[in-house]
Ligand binder design. Structure first.
Ligand code: MLT
Length: 263
């Protein structure tokens, strides 16, 4: 399905019936990374996944993206998917950066948050410069640049070969403009740490025990700063904990969702 946001088409998919749960993907992947969760969760919930501009099946945005334009995209997809009640929002890594911005802008539209393998702190000056340099490199050389440098950081060396292949395919499917735009948007993202103490909805923080990009210490800090937040550390998983330990991630997610229903 498609919705036009700021003049550009955005692809999204809806499955299942019930309370709405929307998933925001990591960089530089796409909605397909959520397939194991959609299969599991859509048995009892209405799941919504989307491809951010320039990723998966969505063409790049006409204007350079920002965290706020990604939030507008998420809000437009919720509307197009006829989600007119507060939704559970699940984001991994860049998806989490976007959800913290979403919560700042539209707290009334959030039923609960799942923040996986992400951080609230902004980039260091060095990380910011690296992103800007990588954006230039990808515009010239394409996504291959990222496949070789990022896959070893996204998954542990023990990850399943099929998962590794799927991750590589998703990165290759991203457009140069989408990647560069996301890198620049992430480099410019604000400090979300002050937002954490304003979060009043139920929150689950998940992290792979072997996540080197957004390590468990980062997740612990976030969980401590958000009142009442739960923390789930998934041992044996790297950064893409939802793909590397699908069973554990799905179990934690479903338990959290089911508990919301009874709260
Ligand atoms: C992601 O998985 O979305 C990225 O690692 C986020 C980032 O580069 O900060």
């Amino acid at each position: 399905m498609q919705v036009t946001v700021n003049g550009s088409p955005v692809e999204y998919h809806v499955a299942g019936y019930g309370e709405p749960v929307l998933f925001v993907h990591a960089f530089p992947l796409n909605s397909q990374m959520w397939q194991p969760q959609v299969e599991h969760v859509s048995r009892g919930y209405k799941t919504v996944v989307l491809d951010l501009p320039g990723f998966g099946e969505s063409p790049p945005a006409q204007e350079a993206p920002t965290m706020f334009s990604y939030v507008e995209t998420v809000a437009a997809v919720l509307e197009a998917a006829q989600v007119d009640q507060p939704a559970v929002l699940v984001g991994l890594s860049m998806g989490g950066y976007i959800l913290l911005e979403f919560f700042r802008r539209f707290p009334e539209r959030v039923r609960a948050l799942v923040l996986a393998d992400t951080r609230a702190a902004p980039d260091t000056e060095e990380a910011r410069q690296n992103r800007l340099d990588t954006a230039e490199q990808v515009l010239q050389e394409g996504p291959r640049v990222l496949v070789e440098s990022m896959v070893p950081k996204l998954l542990t060396s023990r990850a399943d070969d099929v998962v590794r292949l799927r991750v590589r395919e998703m990165i290759f499917a991203a457009t140069r403009e989408g990647i560069a735009g996301a890198l620049r948007a992430m480099a410019a993202r604000p400090d979300s740490r002050p937002t954490l103490e304003t979060i009043t909805v139920p929150t689950l923080v998940i992290v792979g025990g072997q996540d080197d990009l957004t390590p468990p210490a980062e997740a612990e800090g976030m969980a401590q700063a958000i009142a009442g937040a739960e923390l789930e550390v998934i041992e044996g998983a790297g950064h893409l904990s939802n793909l590397e330990r699908q069973d554990a991630f799905n179990a934690a997610l479903l338990r959290f969702l089911d508990d919301l229903g009874s709260s």
